[in-house]
Design a binder for this molecule. Sequence first.
Ligand SMILES: NC(=O)C1=CN([C@@H]2O[C@H](COP(=O)(O)OP(=O)(O)OC[C@H]3O[C@@H](n4cnc5c(N)ncnc54)[C@H](OP(=O)(O)O)[C@@H]3O)[C@@H](O)[C@H]2O)C=CC1
Ligand SMILES: CC(C)(CO)C(=O)C(=O)O
Length: 315
Amino acid sequence: MKKPTYIGVIGAGSIGCWLGGRLKAAGHEVAILREEERIKAPHENLVIKEGEEEERVQVPVLSALDPKPDILLVAVKAMFLPDVAPLIAANMSEETLVLPLQNGVPYWFMKDETIVDVDPVGSVRTAIPRDQTIGTVVHAAVSRQGDWINVKKADTLLLGEVDGGTSERVAALTALFRDAGVPSEEDEDIRRAIWYKIWGNLTMNPLSALTRETMDRLLADEQLLVLVRGAMEELREVGAAIGCPIEQSVDDRLDVARTLGVFKTSMLQDLEAGRPLEWKALVAAPRAIAKSKGIDTPFIDSILGLIRLLDRSLA
Ligand SMILES: NC(=O)C1=CN([C@@H]2O[C@H](COP(=O)(O)OP(=O)(O)OC[C@H]3O[C@@H](n4cnc5c(N)ncnc54)[C@H](OP(=O)(O)O)[C@@H]3O)[C@@H](O)[C@H]2O)C=CC1
Ligand SMILES: CC(C)(CO)C(=O)C(=O)O
């Protein structure tokens, strides 16, 4: 990929500002893209804090990109994708690569089917051509407070072709992020990597919001872990049925989650900020896939019922 690259960021929250900010600091041209009526200032002045290191970057905020960007990072919560679909479509050329960075089941997960929990009328998959979409998994824990982007953990940004395998363009993107200080790897089977990430997000995110607990305290409660383990085993069964097997043990996965320590999941951050919760992509969509395979998921059903009602109570 040529350098500097022109990169647009839709969704200037924790993940969008972390990735966009790092790319800007590495010398690329980066702009945050918002609808005209949502622009409050011509620039975002960001401070990316990771460990002891603080990196300051200024990123312009625009309502249209000209020329069209080489890359569009889409980092809104999954339920806002239909809202930003027109903005994405209006700001991409036939060469633009789109990286949806959401947790949960992505709108492109099934090749020939619309996933109604994330793309109710199919407008997202219509707006973003499949052959210009790169699959991603964000293994990181980031929060935004004002101008501060706090990177608690930056494990790996996984990138892969949505229909499997990697490619020259995936290799180039991976190098781009890595050179900008974002640990990044090519992934041969991004759908499987996505299912594996859902293993954590379907359980931790809703339960952290429901209990208002940080990861350390959540994962220390043996009774709550009955629900977590049950849902994870159900997801394993569904994964095996859709070509996304999970081989790790539940306890090994929980140990990885424990390394986050005192961290509020993105869903708990939303709850505390009075924002809507991202439960459809994280819980309803995996459950719908389970149902389509005839797999019963009583533990997942329980989490779905609880988080749906919590979200409704906030409306
Ligand atoms: N935070 C984390 O640690 C992790 C998050 N993820 C996933 O990454 C995705 C993004 O999460 P996160 O960064 O935490 O979310 P945030 O809520 O921090 O950021 C999302 C941003 O979306 C923007 N937005 C909302 N509606 C619109 C709209 N209509 N038009 C344009 N922008 C809009 C807002 O930015 P603006 O200021 O532009 O309005 C908001 O700041 C989620 O799917 C999450 O699950 C994955 C791994 C870790
Ligand atoms: C919990 C975490 C950081 C990693 O599983 C995450 O993905 C989120 O907060 O949405």
